[in-house]
Design a protein around this ligand. Structure first.
Ligand code: ADP
Length: 291
């Protein structure tokens, strides 16, 4: 659905200076139909720049970026009938109700659209359909934004930090909705620095730092590849607590581990260390995600 090869981009303001490095330094990835692809990286990594190129807001890239079989530079404005975009800052008609906003935007497309009523229900706004958007909370506006981005049944959905600003119940509702849309064939490109979300939502993730991709794989495969298979034992002899780690693979023949186990009462806790995507990101890119 999306094929990007050696994508490079330098902002026009920076092009005048020959010493400046490009913002995107040769990105290559492809996304299959119905796949949820996460673009993960800290602030300034180049996520928005990539997304803005993919939605044709930024032109003048080098390399190739083909969407639905056609180079982005060759697409015409009918591209927007095929894609849905939900970015962080919602802009709605504040004097109109949620239903009116959605009906208005749905009417802009020639597509067969979803019933606005149903879409409001999917994002948990069915009971607020006739409320003016000026009376909406920030979280409600974010959900209305998502509703707007899917009402015209786009084949590709671009999401930027989709659960940021939402409470846990609505975050989960949105996650389930995106999973369902993808299951029904929508391709989803999501940018985030929230690794928990990426882990629970994405089929594959790309680690992005400094305009480069350091790894692309399924979250589970990354954990398997980079994860530490160790068990951590905390023990104490009445005083300070000490922690020791042992490789999981040779646990049965590890004399020190056996010794600790034999002295049960001193053990405070035993945990296998699950690798988190956050930790793997630091290992792979040398950067923190929360930056
Ligand atoms: P992210 O979305 O991962 O936080 P961005 O794509 O927004 O990262 O930014 C990547 C780099 O490009 C940053 O160094 C940022 O300062 C720079 N940048 C972003 N927008 C512009 C712009 N309009 N003009 C010049 N530089 C920009």
């Amino acid at each position: 659905m999306i094929e990007v090869g050696d994508l490079t981009f330098t902002y026009p303001s920076a092009r005048r200076s020959s010493a400046v490095e490009p913002t995107l330094k040769g990105l290559t990835f492809s996304i299959a139909e119905g796949e949820i692809f996460g673009f993960l990286g800290p602030s300034g990594a180049g996520k928005s720049t990539t997304q803005n190129i993919l939605i044709r807001l930024l032109r003048g890239y080098a390399g190739s970026a083909r969407v639905m079989g056609r180079e982005l530079s060759a697409w015409t404005p009918d591209y927007y009938a095929h894609i849905g975009v939900s970015f962080e800052l919602p802009n709605h008609y504040l004097k109109l109700t949620a239903r009116e906003n959605l009906t208005y935007f749905a009417a802009l497309y020639g597509n067969t659209v979803h019933d606005p009523e149903a879409v409001l229900d999917w994002v948990g706004l069915a009971n607020s359909a006739d409320k003016r958007v000026s009376d909406f909370s920030k979280g409600m506006k974010i959900r209305l934004n998502l509703a707007r981005s899917i009402v015209h049944r786009p084949r590709i959905l671009f999401l930027d930090e989709p659960t940021s600003g939402l409470d846990p119940v609505n975050s989960e509702r949105i996650r389930q909705l995106v999973l369902r849309l993808a299951h029904e064939g929508t391709t989803v490109f999501v940018t985030t620095h929230n690794m928990q979300l990426a882990d629970r939502l994405c089929d594959r993730v790309a680690f992005v730092a400094d305009g480069r991709i350091s790894a692309i794989d399924a979250p589970g495969a990354l954990k398997k590849k980079y994860g530490r298979r160790v068990v951590r034992v905390e023990h104490s002899n009445g005083g300070d607590i000490h922690a020791e780690e042992f490789p999981l693979d040779a646990l049965g023949s590890n004399a020190r581990f056996q010794e600790l186990i034999a002295n049960g009462p001193s053990i405070q806790s035993i945990h296998s260390e699950e690798a988190t995507l956050d930790a793997i990101f630091i290992d792979v890119t040398g950067q923190e995600l929360t930056a």
